[in-house]
Design a protein around this ligand. Structure first.
Ligand code: GUN
Ligand code: ZN
Length: 439
């Protein structure tokens, strides 16, 4: 049997450990390999060799992208597929934004044609932004989860998603009930959990839109089905936090609502986590649950500034997320640039190393998927994104003036977006190429 062999020549950047909050020059875990060949065999990374001393043999298909940057595909740990319909909607904070824009848009995805087209558009958009893995909310409708998971499967993508659970405080047509939600979830788990590269997530929208009975049902399935993920929102907005305190007076905190339902474990992904206290941070650390920090959304919806270093100091894990459509871009570069600005407002300096680690290896580790994705280590699946260092005259001018590697990478991260993306590979297959970006 002939093997498929692909060698890509570029500047390689990935991480072997968390660079932490160290200064750029002192940060551990940064693996910078300028002008190397990355060798991919049958969709898996074999290794990397310096281009100066190594030439791939005739049995390798080669692509010479010297002068470009090759990274593992980005991992977006929290994003809503139907919300491409409402991205960039004016003038509201979270609860009004949900009622004014988001719920009406999600209602339209009850139609299988809308759900199907929406899922295809969304998945192609992820790939054309250099994101190869995501933890995704579709809508409450089974058909929308089905369309998303089947579309990801067809593309060979590593995706985590599940039907949204919401049985109260939402409009007609956008609520399920405990019995129907359990039936739909079980059927979707049976069909998709562990199929190809997919995993299923019990997807509690947020505490206000689930009855205690529905939260308990989700907790039951989490205990019953090995490897299930859980995704939800927590402590995003102050009015939301006050509402949760009214709805769940017995809980110590918003996060505790989920803990009491048995929903927190090392595969739980909770978006935002802005308005948490020390006990909450400790609970995250004790359970292994992670915060999907969504800086673009937090700025756009005026939600607040996430205390990322404090979360980590308590032992909690933090990953990076676009949270489109509260967030205003699927680009993880833009997300990381916003993360820098959020920490700058708090007097904290986020290096490009720490930021990029959080969107690659850090997220893969937090999701328990680092054996498969998140780095350019041998044996990893070849989910890759190839970037131009600069797009447009200003970025090109700035790139030309960079002297040190971190300076250059930081300017790329801060000025770049999807227009910098040249190509994306999923399991060694080129699945996206920007027209005209051939080597
Ligand atoms: N809380 C509950 N639902 C949502 C949502 O769709 N987006 C955000 N940002 N927060 C939420
Ligand atoms: Zn969200």
């Amino acid at each position: 049997m002939t093997r498929s062999r692909l060698a890509l020549r570029a500047d390689l950047l990935d991480f072997t450990a968390d660079p932490g909050w160290s200064a750029p020059d002192a940060a551990p875990g940064v693996r910078w390999r300028p002008d190397h060949w990355l060798l991919v065999e049958d969709g898996k990374i074999l290794g990397a060799e310096p281009a100066g001393v190594f030439t791939p043999g005739a049995d390798w298909q080669t692509e010479d992208h010297r002068g470009r940057l090759l990274l593992p595909g980005f991992i977006d740990t929290h994003v809503h597929s139907p919300q491409l319909d409402v991205i960039a909607s004016f003038g509201t904070e979270l609860l009004d934004w949900l009622n004014t824009y988001t719920f009406p848009a999600e209602l339209r995805h009850a139609d299988p044609v809308v759900a199907g087209q929406g899922a295809e558009t969304f998945l192609d958009a992820l790939l054309s932004h250099g994101t190869t893995t995501a933890v995704v909310f579709p809508t409450v409708h089974r058909t929308s989860a089905d369309a998303l998971l089947s579309g990801a499967h067809r593309r060979g993508m590593r995706l985590i998603a599940g039907k949204v659970l919401m049985d109260r405080h939402a409009p007609d047509g956008l609520r399920d009930d405990v019995v129907g939600a359990e039936r739909d979830s079980r059927e979707l788990i049976h069909q998709w959990h562990g199929t190809g590269r997919l995993s299923y997530a019990m997807t509690v929208r947020f505490a206000p839109t689930s009855t205690p009975e529905q939260l308990a049902m989700a907790g039951r399935l989490m205990r019953e089905v090995p490897g299930l993920y859980m995704q939800t929102h927590v402590a995003e907005n102050r009015a939301e936090v006050a509402w949760v305190a009214e709805l769940f007076p017995e809980a110590r905190s918003y996060l505790d609502v989920y803990h009491r339902a048995g929903l927190l474990n090392e595969r739980a992904v909770l978006a935002h986590g802005i308005w948490l206290d020390d006990a909450d941070r400790q609970l995250l650390a004790d359970t292994g649950a992670q915060i999907a920090h969504s800086p673009s959304s937090n700025l756009f919806l005026g939600s607040g500034l996430c205390a990322w270093p404090e979360l980590e100091a308590a032992g909690a894990r933090v990953t990076l997320a676009s949270d489109v459509g509260g967030g205003t871009s699927l680009s993880m570069l833009r997300t990381l640039a916003d993360a820098y600005k959020v920490q700058a407002m708090r007097g904290v300096k986020l290096t490009a190393w720490k930021a990029l680690h959080g969107a690659t290896l850090g997220a893969a580790q937090a999701l328990g998927l680092d054996h498969e994705i998140g780095s350019l280590d041998a044996g990893r699946t070849a989910d890759l994104a190839l970037w131009d260092w600069a797009h447009g005259p200003v970025a090109q001018h700035r790139d030309g003036r960079a002297r040190k590697v971190h300076e250059r990478v930081f300017a790329w991260m801060t000025l770049g977006d999807e227009r910098n993306l040249a190509a994306t590979w999923v399991a060694g297959h080129a699945i996206f190429r920007r027209p005209g970006s051939e080597p």
